[in-house]
Design a protein around this ligand. Structure first.
Ligand SMILES: Nc1ncnc2c1ncn2[C@@H]1O[C@H](COP(=O)(O)OP(=O)(O)OP(=O)(O)O)[C@@H](O)[C@H]1O
Length: 217
């Protein structure tokens, strides 16, 4: 049997606060196959973002491991292996919308035409008219869609997204859902932390983070 695209086991993560330590993850286990879309729910502060940071290599667990396609991660992997869409988005503000989305393609040229891929993704997400603007010239909800386009443009094997519909109105969110589903259908392992029932509705599997571990939702 092939390795899961994402395999996390025994993950523990403790944070120190002046009021005392908090162990947010307590031996968490998660396996996600290529082509699978998994949503992670859990109350605010339960550790969903902390989990995504560990899976994406932006943070290190106190114990436990994360394997991507069977390989242990050592820092943040390249975008074509694992792309992260954090709540803070992390767009490059000195680049235009189109240049941001093109970035993963420029770092690792593949078979896609950069211009077609960028134009297509921005159009799919309803922000095609913003290609030449800078991130500071578009709304936060529009920036969120641009950041999603950038995350997926290089066709990552693993896509980690944190509340990708949080700032969208009802009219904008279906395009985001379609794109997340398409990424999984094209073979990516997609993990979405969300409070949004519409995202849970497109999942292959739903899990809930509570008391530092995951269970079926
Ligand atoms: N770098 C950090 N330093 C200290 N504490 C942290 C750090 N990152 C997260 N925490 C704490 O870990 C807990 C989990 O935070 P996290 O952001 O992962 O929750 P969440 O489930 O994503 O919440 P939300 O749904 O509100 O986004 C919180 O108590 C938070 O204060």
């Amino acid at each position: 049997m092939s390795e899961p695209a994402v395999h996390a086991f025994g993950l523990r993560r403790r944070f120190s606060h002046p009021s005392g330590d908090v162990e947010v993850l307590r031996g968490l286990e998660l396996s996600v196959a290529a082509g699978e879309l998994v949503t992670v729910s859990g109350r605010s502060g339960s550790g969903k973002s902390a989990l995504l940071a560990l899976l994406g290599g932006f943070d290190s667990p106190d114990s436990g491991r994360v394997l991507l396609a069977g390989e242990p991660i050592d820092g943040a992997p390249p975008w074509h292996t694992c792309a992260v869409l954090p709540q803070a988005l992390g767009l490059a503000h000195e680049l235009t919308v189109a240049e941001n989305v093109a970035l993963p393609l420029r770092l690792r040229p593949g078979t896609d035409s950069t211009e077609e891929r960028v134009t297509g993704l921005l159009a799919d997400l309803g922000v095609g008219q913003l290609a030449d603007r800078y991130p500071s010239e578009v709304s936060f909800g529009q920036q969120q869609r641009v950041a999603l386009a950038r995350a997926v443009s290089g066709r990552p094997k693993v896509l980690l997204t944190d509340e990708p519909t949080a700032h969208l109105d009802a009219g904008s969110s279906p395009a985001v859902l379609r794109l997340l589903r398409r990424c999984a259908d094209e073979g990516a392992a997609v993990i979405v932390a969300t409070h949004d029932d519409a995202v849970h509705a497109i999942a292959d599997r739903r899990v809930r983070l509570s008391d530092g571990v995951l269970s079926a939702a």
